[in-house]
Write a protein that binds this ligand. Structure first.
Ligand code: ZN
Length: 331
């Protein structure tokens, strides 16, 4: 009992200590989460070569340097990095005239996107495992007579074709309307020695189907933290195999989301984190793409057309190639 208390205290002290990085002040109890460490955004900006300013006092902040622009909003978890939405773990806080960002977001969200990992052994991208969501007895979302599983397979086949044109090998987790258990999908990726794992899905909105639309890309939530669609860490918020690639997962998700938003002019629902089974078990960098809403009257109709799926595939390949180019640069 006593030792458990002590280790709890040690953890709190360690979290508090993490805020006091050199040159970056800690915020005293500024957020809503007890014990959570924050960094002063303007000091963080200076330390990372950005110029920072309030674009609206106590409401919105902009950090700028020649190659990057970050827009943040107080009390919000959504930021924009070069115009693409990315979800934070914790909202930005305004206190004493300054804006504050959780240290976890500074280290696990901003840092991997601003200085992507590169040039390390194994960073080559040659084979991509494409995972058409659902199949067989699991139809996924159903839009009228059209099951998601049919269109994820058609999209995967199109991405595979376009990858081949770009000189990359695409391997599929299923080639027909068959049921595949979730753990079998990343396992197959590993057997095929895939360098990346990309699970393909289309969304469905039970509420407000006429207005909810757009693209979003998920990567695995780091251990102990809350997923984007949750308020607090879920039960079982542990470390999984996929967490070995936290930085690469996020960077890959960002590149694909950016390409989808720019090429499809799709509504930007942002880069998100979730503990989907296929992401937990993936030994290589992995993302899950929700390329659009089958439930939306306009977007849903487009998803049923080969022409739009070709556009989606082109965007996905462009995102994968952007990732490949960045990680294969010499260190
Ligand atoms: Zn799905």
């Amino acid at each position: 009992m006593k030792s458990a208390l002590l280790s709890g205290l040690a953890l709190l002290l360690a979290l508090a200590g993490a805020a006091a990085a050199p040159g970056v002040a800690a915020a005293p109890r500024c957020g809503k989460v007890p014990g959570l460490a924050y960094v002063n955004l303007s000091e963080w900006a200076r330390a990372n070569g950005f110029a920072g300013r309030w674009t609206r006092t106590n409401e919105t902040v902009e950090l700028r340097k020649p190659a990057a622009r970050i827009a943040l909003t107080v009390d919000s978890r959504q930021i924009q990095i070069n115009g693409i939405a990315v979800w934070l773990f914790h909202p930005v806080v305004a206190q004493a005239g300054a804006a504050w960002l959780s240290r976890l977001d500074a280290d696990l969200t901003l840092q991997p996107l601003l200085s992507p990992p590169r040039g390390s052994p194994g960073a080559r991208v040659k084979t991509v495992c494409l995972d058409p969501g659902h199949g067989g007895k699991d139809p996924g979302n159903q839009a009228g007579a059209n099951p998601e599983k049919r269109y994820t397979l058609l999209l995967a086949q199109e991405v595979q074709k376009q990858l081949a044109r770009a000189g990359l090998k695409g391997v599929l987790t299923r080639h027909s309307d068959t049921f595949l258990e979730l753990p079998a999908r990343p396992a197959l990726a590993q057997r095929k020695r895939a360098d990346l794992f990309v699970s393909l899905h289309f969304n469905g909105a039970a509420r407000n189907p006429d207005t909810v639309r757009g693209a979003e890309v998920f990567c695995l939530t780091p251990a102990g933290l809350a997923s984007t669609n949750a308020d607090r860490p879920e039960a079982g918020a542990n470390t999984f195999i996929g967490n070995r690639n936290n930085s690469r997962n996020l960077f890959l998700a960002y590149q694909v989301q950016a390409a989808l938003v720019r090429n499809l002019a799709a509504e930007d629902r942002g880069v998100r984190r979730a503990r989907f089974a296929v992401l937990r078990d993936a030994a290589m960098p992995a993302v899950l793409i929700e390329a659009g809403f089958m439930s939306h009257p306009v977007e849903g109709r487009k998803i049923l057309t080969a022409a739009y799926r070709q556009q989606i595939a082109r965007a996905i390949v462009e995102g994968l190639l952007a990732y490949k180019k960045a990680v294969e640069r010499p260190a």
